[in-house]
Design a protein around this ligand. Structure first.
Ligand code: CTP
Ligand code: MG
Length: 231
């Protein structure tokens, strides 16, 4: 079986409020999506990297001019939710020859601090696994449950992990999981949640706090500082 990366990049970035989708914000001379796609392209184990854009997106080519070559694939089939974008991307992978048993590593375009060695770790940890898994971090903070700005209770954090991406599952299994989650009305904010809803248990592969997702306006300055400190 081969390994493919699928990068959902069809969001609008509402919370980031940057006046354009956050994947097109420039950090240290390169857009967020270019950083993410580039890190994946540096992983030799990946047969190809598919970036999934919104159908009307006209900004990608200028935003990621280095994303070219036989392993750099683009599909304009993003959907209304992240799960819809991923499902459409899986279909696009199939149309390009991917099969049930191939692995798909789904990675948020907005997680632009990704390092190739983390991806390699995930692949090594999961490639012989029956289910697959994801990069994640044990939660350090005490977790409060609202609703709203009043704490109702404290969530037991001893077994709590913060999910990151990439998340690595077999194409056929992930398609089925997303389809079932949709019919059952399961809230799916990542691939693993759909897999868990089938009763399967994804492997949690420890990563780094640095593997952050730019989400809020203040996240861009932090991401930029981290990227700069690497150069
Ligand atoms: N995403 C996508 N298609 C969607 C929604 C999200 O491909 N319909 C992608 C985003 O582009 C991002 C990743 O999924 O790379 C993670 O989602 P999130 O951080 O929620 O990004 P946005 O949905 O763009 O941001 P917001 O929720 O603040 O609008
Ligand atoms: Mg979103």
């Amino acid at each position: 079986p081969r390994c493919f990366a699928l990068v959902p990049a069809a969001g609008v970035g509402e919370r980031a409020a940057q006046g354009r989708p956050k994947q097109y914000v420039e950090l240290v001379g390169r857009t967020v999506v270019a950083h993410s796609a580039d890190a994946l392209m540096q992983v030799p184990a990946l047969a190809a990297v598919l970036v999934v854009l919104a159908p009307q997106d006209g900004a990608f080519e200028a935003a990621a001019p280095m994303f070219v070559g036989p392993r750099a694939w683009v599909a304009r089939c993003g959907g209304a939710t992240r799960a819809d974008t991923v499902a459409a991307g899986l279909q696009a992978l199939r149309e390009r020859g991917a099969r049930d048993e191939d692995w798909v590593l789904v990675h948020d375009a907005a997680r632009c601090l990704l390092r190739p060695e983390w991806v390699q770790n995930l692949i090594e940890a999961c490639v012989d696994d029956a289910v697959g898994g994801l990069l994640a971090m044990p939660v350090a903070d005490t977790l409060k449950h609202g609703p709203g700005q009043r704490a109702q209770r404290t969530v037991d954090r001893r077994d709590a992990w913060a999910a990151q991406t990439p998340q690595m599952f077999r194409l056929g299994l992930l398609e089925r999981a997303l389809r079932e989650a949709k019919t059952q009305g399961v809230v799916v904010t990542d691939e693993a949640s759909a897999i868990e809803a089938l009763g399967l248990r994804p492997l949690l592969v420890p990563c780094s706090m640095e593997n952050l997702k730019v989400t809020l306006p203040q996240d861009f300055a932090l991401a930029e500082r981290l990227l700069r400190s690497r150069a």
